[in-house]
Design a protein around this ligand. Structure first.
Ligand SMILES: CC(=O)N[C@H]1[C@@H](OP(=O)(O)OP(=O)(O)OC[C@H]2O[C@@H](n3ccc(=O)[nH]c3=O)[C@H](O)[C@@H]2O)O[C@H](CO)[C@@H](O)[C@@H]1O
Ligand SMILES: C=C(OP(=O)(O)O)C(=O)O
Length: 435
């Protein structure tokens, strides 16, 4: 279990370049399985989850070449499908959430796809019904081995279908799209997720020869094609990292410029941080956050307390709620944080309370934060990162705190943040990685 030791209270200053988006990378890397031609993807983040997925594809027989930093070419022309029933796959395939998205492409191209129950954060129940109901609508047969928690779908000839998803699942939508692009006929997916990750996947698939319409809406129409070819694709900057750096700048009172953010793809994220009183300026395609001693949370027009709640895109992403929560602890004013999607993502507030934050955990989904307006800094402490976004939130708290904090289980942070200690040291943070 790795550990960070952080000496808090330092002002940070400088530029930070966001990594490529983790959740987009996991989708588009799975999409290389849809063709036997070469697919080159750039801006791939060098993080644990993505590297595990790349390893998994290599084990499946995809030839992978590193073209340069963050750039890989993939050629899925000689796959070993028997690997999917091997004990090794049953162990490795379940190590991350994103691996579930190999099932759609394998089903579409080879008529079968298997996966052990996928991992990812333990942040509440994370069902997979949407994925498998979608595959069944396309004509696949589903089976689930409860003893081994092993999922499988088979179907030699998928047929386009109309479907209304039971929920706008991000990975579920991606999986169904990747199955439908090679199905015979037309598929419509209503209540589709439309996060930038999904939009990027659809654009990539169209450049491979797919025919997807309605991109960026919740109604996708897909005309199946016989085969897909190679392409080149660049991953967007990670919007969750960008939000994390905005929060970090505000909490530590630092002046930071986040470079090349693809601002137009950020949806409500900048607005939400502005509602928390954080000044941020768009400069070209950068975000500049000036040093601020105070920031004040806005109330609603009628004077009532602001709620920050997650929702499927274009709503506020659940992956930034923990960060909004930690930022609120040092704001002037109060806010209700309502994590609607996941039921176990707010328990890390105990640690913030130990550090001196004023938070009332109303129930597993809601926490009221009474900001202390930086009158007293948080106190350093020892903590363990329960999940990726709680982990980064605790790290931000530690950077702002008075004294030396220790965070254990930093593998959770490394899952999604590339070289984080080195990048933060480059802008003045005092953070040491202990093994
Ligand atoms: C690898 C990857 O891409 N992971 C992301 C993906 O996970 P993932 O695709 O696994 O998450 P889903 O979108 O399927 O669902 C997330 C949770 O929200 C609930 N739900 C979902 C949609 C909805 O309309 N109502 C609802 O309540 C689900 O029941 C589930 O508990 O999307 C999540 C939601 O943005 C993000 O937190 C994850 O970072
Ligand atoms: C919950 C997340 O990731 P995963 O779906 O991989 O667990 C996340 O990125 O915040």
């Amino acid at each position: 279990m790795g550990t960070f030791q952080i000496t808090g209270g330092k002002k940070l200053k400088g530029n930070i370049i966001p990594q490529g988006a983790k959740n987009e990378a996991l989708q588009v890397i799975c999409a290389v399985l849809l063709t036997d031609e070469k697919v080159t993807i750039s801006n791939i983040p060098d993080i644990r989850d993505v590297n595990k997925l790349i390893d998994l594809l290599a084990d499946l027989g995809v030839s992978i070449q590193r073209q340069g930093p963050g750039s890989y070419s993939f050629k899925a022309d000689d796959l070993n499908l028997d690997y999917m029933t091997s004990p090794e796959f049953k162990e490795k395939g379940g190590a991350l959430r994103g691996s579930i998205m190999i099932v759609g492409p394998l089903l579409a191209r080879f008529g079968k796809g298997f996966i052990p129950k996928p991992g990812g954060d333990k942040i509440g129940r994370r069902r997979l019904d949407t994925h498998f109901i979608g595959f069944q609508k396309l004509g696949a047969k589903f089976r689930y081995n409860q003893d081994e928690s092993f999922y499988g779908v088979e179907g030699k000839k998928l047929k386009g279908a109309d479907m209304l998803l039971d929920e706008a699942s991000v990975t579920g939508t991606a999986n169904i799209i990747m199955a439908a692009v090679l199905a015979e006929g037309t598929t419509t997916i209503y209540n589709a997720a439309c996060e930038p990750y999904i939009q990027q996947l659809c654009k990539m698939l169209n450049s491979m020869g797919a025919n997807i319409k309605g991109i960026s809406s919740n109604l996708l129409t897909i005309e199946g094609v016989k085969e897909l070819g190679g392409c080149e694709h660049r991953i967007l900057p990670d919007m969750i990292e960008i939000g994390s750096w905005i929060g970090m700048a505000a909490m530590t009172g630092s002046e930071i410029t986040i470079k090349d953010v693809c601002y137009d793809e950020l949806g409500v994220i900048p607005t939400m941080f502005r509602k928390m009183g954080i000044k941020l300026e768009r400069v070209g395609d950068d975000i500049h956050i000036p040093a601020q001693d105070h920031y004040e949370i806005e109330n609603y027009i009628d004077g009532s307390i602001l709620t920050i709640a997650d929702a499927p895109w274009p709503g506020f992403t659940p992956d930034l709620l923990s960060i909004a929560l930690v930022v609120a602890t040092q704001a002037r004013g109060s806010v209700l944080i309502h994590q609607k999607m996941f039921e176990s993502r707010l328990f890390f507030v105990d640690k913030l309370i130990d550090m001196g934050a004023q938070i009332i955990l109303c129930d597993p989904h809601r926490a009221t934060v009474i900001g202390i307006d930086k009158q007293v800094p948080l106190k350093a402490t020892t903590m363990t990162s329960p999940d990726i976004r709680a982990g980064i939130s605790l790290l931000i708290a530690a950077l702002s705190a008075d004294g030396v904090s220790t965070i254990h289980n930093i593998e959770q942070i490394d899952r999604g943040y590339q070289n984080i200690d080195e990048r933060l040291r480059a802008i003045g943070a005092e953070i040491v990685r202990l093994d």
